[in-house]
Design a protein around this ligand. Sequence first.
Ligand SMILES: Nc1nc2c(ncn2[C@@H]2O[C@H](COP(=O)(O)OP(=O)(O)OP(=O)(O)O)[C@@H](O)[C@H]2O)c(=O)[nH]1
Ligand SMILES: [Mg+2]
Length: 517
Amino acid sequence: MWALRAAVRPRFRLFPLCCSRTAPRAPAPSFPARGLAAVGRGGPGNLEGPWGRGRGLRADGGRSCAGDDEEEPEDADEDAEEELLQREPLLPAGTQRVCLVHPDVKWGPRKPQMTRAEWQVAEATALVHTLDGWSVVQTMVVSTKSPDKKLVFGKGNFEHLTERIRRSPDITCVFLNVERMAAPTKKELEAAWGVEVFDRFTVVLHIFRCNARTKEARLQVALAEIPLLRSNLKRDVAHLHRGGSGSRYIMGSGESFMQVQQRLLKEKEAKIRKALDGLRKKRHVLRRQRTRREFPVVSMVGYTNCGKTTLIKALTGDTALQPRDRLFATLDVTAHAGTLPSRLTVLYVDTIGFLSQLPHGLIESFAATLEDVAHSDLIVHVRDVSHPEAELQKASVVATLRGLRLPAPLLDSMLEVHNKVDLVPGYHPTEPNVVPVSALLGHGLQELKAELDAAVLKATGRQVLTLRVRLAGAQLSWLHQEATVQQVDVIPEDGAADVRVVISHSAYGKFRKLFPG
Ligand SMILES: Nc1nc2c(ncn2[C@@H]2O[C@H](COP(=O)(O)OP(=O)(O)OP(=O)(O)O)[C@@H](O)[C@H]2O)c(=O)[nH]1
Ligand SMILES: [Mg+2]
């Protein structure tokens, strides 16, 4: 920063010490984005709000996921919401030795673009290892022309695969690396292989369940699960009918078992949407308050595990942030206050990471959370340039952002950060306008902060001005309140001061009106 101080004239000088717009002196605590109103109550160094409470969860309706505490319901609404979150486990408990089966589509319209089977397998393996007690004991990459067919593979390959799985007693389940598996496919594969079979949707959903902390994130996961419950319902009803144990009509209601279950599911979906709507309204109110306080918001987006949380931690010094070497470590959108060289306080929003072929329903369910990205002043796209599939990851993130229909100026002004350069000796970005950093080692952070400063000032229409104010009046304290005071040079003989401020257009307009001349 303090190049600014070097430019000071040899006069008596004051630096702002306690204004609400200056840097928090202690590292600011993190807080869920929906709790941003707290900023308005005492500045970012003095946040209060729900982030201090244990944000535990019962993620799978019975078995709590590692590291979670129970969250106390506060009122009847919360009780009802808790009830919506009680669900059957998606995946079996305990240690699992997984056989990863990857259908390799080498030709045709379903062939994945820009990627190779080995990286898809590596990503699927990383997903499995995210689950406590789960490990991949065998990996089988099997060619197929038509992954949409009921048995996914051609006859010969399928028989060969079945024999290999059947001959391996150490395998406890199979992860079939397809986006979604139809219920009849799952049933037939399980019958043939003699173990449970899961698709990417179920595995990712389970990880989401385990990692979601806030009520909103948990409800969003519950909403994303509805299609899965629907297809399970069809399977269960077919099973009941075949077993002859399901009565076709529920006594007196005139509804079949299937209709009752579907109705209940519809009601559940409506309740979840309503609860989410309530949270969304709260979020809107809080966002309005935040806009009034005019803290610029910088959203960090990027592929999962690229280092978003680590970078925010490095930029803010927020020790509450816990980066982890696992996919989807962050599921709750949280905001963290930091200071730029101009002394401007900004809020960095940590977001859920993206994944190529992330099931659509999941992204849609998280659209409300991602609304914060749409309402930010600047988007920073963090990339892991040490990753062999860095280009594919970039394409996947950009495509997802486009799908969110963000305002064009926001997409156009996006800043790209190349992270983990410490893992690529001699790294030099080939593209212009990108900032190379190592969030872990703290390399390149000053350059990044300078870029962020310029981009935030531009995006928010703020300007750096030097204003002459009278010391006797209220101008100086008004500027401390409504702008970011960078420097005050007192001119004793005039009873005045030259004040350098970062000020928004609207605040400057108010200043001129309040203190004409
Ligand atoms: N070597 C190196 N590792 C890094 C760097 N930045 C982050 N990491 C590591 O990458 C892993 C993931 O970091 P996170 O900050 O949790 O990544 P994220 O993008 O927030 O991940 P999700 O929340 O899961 O999407 C952690 O093990 C970090 O220590 C870096 O600059 N260099
Ligand atoms: Mg994270």
